[in-house]
Design a protein around this ligand. Sequence first.
Ligand SMILES: [Zn+2]
Length: 154
Amino acid sequence: MELKFIVDNMLGRLAKWLRIAGYDTLYFNSIEDDKLIDIALKENRIILTRDTRLIKRKLVKNYILINNDFWNNQLKELSENIKLDLSSNILTRCVFCNDILSQIEKEKVINKVPPYVFETQNIFLSCPKCERIFWQGTHFAEIKKVLNNIIPSS
Ligand SMILES: [Zn+2]
Protein backbone atom coordinates (compact mmCIF):
# COMPACT_ATOMS: atom_id res chain seq x y z
CA MET A 1 0.00 0.00 0.00
CA GLU A 2 1.13 3.51 -0.80
CA LEU A 3 2.37 5.44 2.21
CA LYS A 4 0.57 8.69 2.95
CA PHE A 5 1.41 11.08 5.72
CA ILE A 6 -0.02 13.91 7.72
CA VAL A 7 2.59 15.94 9.52
CA ASP A 8 2.18 18.13 12.58
CA ASN A 9 3.11 21.80 12.38
CA MET A 10 6.50 21.29 14.02
CA LEU A 11 7.73 19.19 11.11
CA GLY A 12 7.43 21.53 8.12
CA ARG A 13 10.86 20.85 6.66
CA LEU A 14 10.37 17.11 6.95
CA ALA A 15 7.03 17.47 5.13
CA LYS A 16 8.71 19.42 2.36
CA TRP A 17 11.37 16.77 1.84
CA LEU A 18 8.85 13.96 1.86
CA ARG A 19 7.04 15.79 -0.95
CA ILE A 20 10.32 16.24 -2.81
CA ALA A 21 10.78 12.48 -2.58
CA GLY A 22 7.26 12.09 -3.97
CA TYR A 23 5.30 11.11 -0.88
CA ASP A 24 1.73 12.28 -0.45
CA THR A 25 2.21 14.47 2.62
CA LEU A 26 -0.29 16.84 4.19
CA TYR A 27 1.03 19.70 6.25
CA PHE A 28 -0.73 22.70 7.73
CA ASN A 29 0.83 25.71 9.39
CA SER A 30 -1.83 25.55 11.98
CA ILE A 31 -4.33 22.78 12.56
CA GLU A 32 -6.36 21.62 15.54
CA ASP A 33 -5.39 18.20 16.88
CA ASP A 34 -8.94 16.94 16.36
CA LYS A 35 -8.93 17.96 12.74
CA LEU A 36 -5.52 16.41 12.13
CA ILE A 37 -6.62 13.12 13.67
CA ASP A 38 -9.86 13.21 11.70
CA ILE A 39 -8.07 13.63 8.36
CA ALA A 40 -5.54 10.93 9.26
CA LEU A 41 -8.32 8.42 9.95
CA LYS A 42 -10.44 9.34 6.94
CA GLU A 43 -7.57 9.31 4.46
CA ASN A 44 -5.61 6.50 6.05
CA ARG A 45 -2.54 8.65 6.69
CA ILE A 46 0.30 8.01 9.09
CA ILE A 47 0.64 10.85 11.58
CA LEU A 48 4.18 12.15 11.93
CA THR A 49 4.49 14.15 15.10
CA ARG A 50 6.80 15.42 17.80
CA ASP A 51 3.91 15.81 20.20
CA THR A 52 3.92 13.16 22.92
CA ARG A 53 0.53 14.39 24.12
CA LEU A 54 -1.07 13.87 20.73
CA ILE A 55 -0.08 10.22 20.49
CA LYS A 56 -1.77 9.46 23.81
CA ARG A 57 -5.13 10.28 22.25
CA LYS A 58 -7.33 7.25 21.86
CA LEU A 59 -7.99 7.65 18.15
CA VAL A 60 -4.33 8.06 17.32
CA LYS A 61 -3.11 4.61 16.36
CA ASN A 62 -1.22 4.98 13.16
CA TYR A 63 1.60 7.35 14.04
CA ILE A 64 5.35 7.73 14.21
CA LEU A 65 6.84 9.90 16.91
CA ILE A 66 9.79 11.90 15.66
CA ASN A 67 12.51 12.75 18.18
CA ASN A 68 15.22 14.44 16.12
CA ASP A 69 15.44 18.21 15.72
CA PHE A 70 16.63 18.48 12.13
CA TRP A 71 14.84 17.36 8.98
CA ASN A 72 17.67 15.18 7.66
CA ASN A 73 17.93 13.29 10.94
CA GLN A 74 14.15 13.16 11.09
CA LEU A 75 14.03 11.58 7.66
CA LYS A 76 16.61 9.02 8.73
CA GLU A 77 14.68 8.34 11.90
CA LEU A 78 11.52 7.86 9.87
CA SER A 79 13.29 5.43 7.54
CA GLU A 80 14.26 3.35 10.54
CA ASN A 81 10.56 2.91 11.30
CA ILE A 82 9.19 2.33 7.82
CA LYS A 83 10.67 1.46 4.49
CA LEU A 84 11.10 4.66 2.50
CA ASP A 85 12.06 5.01 -1.13
CA LEU A 86 13.65 8.42 -1.53
CA SER A 87 15.04 7.99 -5.01
CA SER A 88 12.40 6.65 -7.41
CA ASN A 89 9.84 9.46 -7.34
CA ILE A 90 11.78 12.67 -6.91
CA LEU A 91 10.10 15.63 -8.57
CA THR A 92 6.72 14.04 -9.09
CA ARG A 93 4.82 16.14 -6.57
CA CYS A 94 4.55 19.88 -5.93
CA VAL A 95 6.58 20.85 -2.87
CA PHE A 96 4.14 23.66 -2.12
CA CYS A 97 0.75 22.05 -2.78
CA ASN A 98 1.34 18.29 -2.55
CA ASP A 99 -0.39 17.85 -5.92
CA ILE A 100 0.97 15.44 -8.54
CA LEU A 101 2.92 17.25 -11.27
CA SER A 102 2.08 16.68 -14.89
CA GLN A 103 4.24 17.14 -17.93
CA ILE A 104 3.73 20.34 -19.85
CA GLU A 105 4.75 21.06 -23.44
CA LYS A 106 7.98 22.94 -23.76
CA GLU A 107 6.48 25.72 -25.92
CA LYS A 108 4.06 26.56 -23.15
CA VAL A 109 6.74 27.45 -20.61
CA ILE A 110 8.79 29.80 -22.78
CA ASN A 111 7.71 32.87 -20.81
CA LYS A 112 7.63 31.12 -17.48
CA VAL A 113 11.20 29.91 -17.05
CA PRO A 114 14.58 31.66 -17.40
CA PRO A 115 15.91 31.64 -21.01
CA TYR A 116 18.91 29.50 -20.07
CA VAL A 117 16.63 26.88 -18.55
CA PHE A 118 14.40 26.91 -21.61
CA GLU A 119 17.39 26.36 -23.85
CA THR A 120 18.98 23.57 -21.86
CA GLN A 121 15.98 21.61 -20.62
CA ASN A 122 13.43 19.61 -22.57
CA ILE A 123 11.14 18.18 -19.96
CA PHE A 124 8.99 20.48 -17.88
CA LEU A 125 6.41 19.68 -15.26
CA SER A 126 3.71 21.86 -13.84
CA CYS A 127 1.55 21.80 -10.75
CA PRO A 128 -2.19 21.74 -11.51
CA LYS A 129 -2.89 23.88 -8.45
CA CYS A 130 -0.28 26.65 -8.24
CA GLU A 131 0.93 26.32 -11.86
CA ARG A 132 4.58 26.54 -10.86
CA ILE A 133 6.95 25.01 -13.40
CA PHE A 134 9.54 22.40 -12.39
CA TRP A 135 12.41 20.85 -14.30
CA GLN A 136 15.37 18.61 -13.64
CA GLY A 137 18.01 21.33 -13.38
CA THR A 138 21.28 21.24 -11.51
CA HIS A 139 19.42 21.32 -8.20
CA PHE A 140 17.87 17.98 -9.13
CA ALA A 141 21.25 16.24 -8.91
CA GLU A 142 21.87 18.00 -5.61
CA ILE A 143 18.55 16.84 -4.22
CA LYS A 144 19.30 13.28 -5.30
CA LYS A 145 22.67 13.41 -3.60
CA VAL A 146 21.25 14.82 -0.38
CA LEU A 147 18.54 12.16 -0.21
CA ASN A 148 20.91 9.39 -1.17
CA ASN A 149 23.20 10.40 1.68
CA ILE A 150 20.35 10.02 4.13
CA ILE A 151 19.14 6.68 2.82
CA PRO A 152 21.34 5.03 0.20
CA SER A 153 19.26 3.54 -2.60
CA SER A 154 20.10 -0.06 -3.27
ZN1 LIG B 1 1.75 23.59 -6.54
